[in-house]
Design a protein. Sequence first.
Length: 196
Amino acid sequence: MWGRKLRVGKPGFFNSGIGNFGVVNSGNYNTGVFNPGSFNTGAFNLGDLNTGNFNAGSFNTGSFNSGDVNTGSFNTGNINTGFFNSGDVNTGLFNAGDMNNGVAWRGTGQGGLHFNIGTPDLTLPPINIPSIAVPPLDLPAITTSNLAIPAFDLPRIVTPAITVPGLDLPTLNAIGFTLNSAAVGGFTTPCWVFRR
């Protein structure tokens, strides 16, 4: 026992680092091939803790990311989701600016959906709808070669008066959106009579 060396296992082939599984991993604890960085899964990852291939940065998911903490591929910036983002904290494609959503934004904070709506207090007066009378209609008989409709009269139609009470709306607040209180006055419609 004193003359034996304790051997740390290096599964795979030609791995110079420690705890690698795969082929020609010079970094440590890599799964895959040709990973000089450490804790990578995939191939040719120069950075550390990458999933994918050819990542020079660290903490990337995808391939060909030279920046750090990217999801997607070909991101030279940092903390991007998508592809070909050279700026930082972008979601989408070809964003050169920072904190953008969408495609090909060059400025900062572009492509977002923002609301800022404010309304003053609103009070609507009562609404009065006058009565409506429809005179009687006498419809003559209609006869065609295949269809005969006899003559008929529409009788008187009466609708009762309608009253709508006032309505008060309290102030509504949401992120980036404010609606101050609003009041809608009541209204009454008189009786509608349709006579024959």
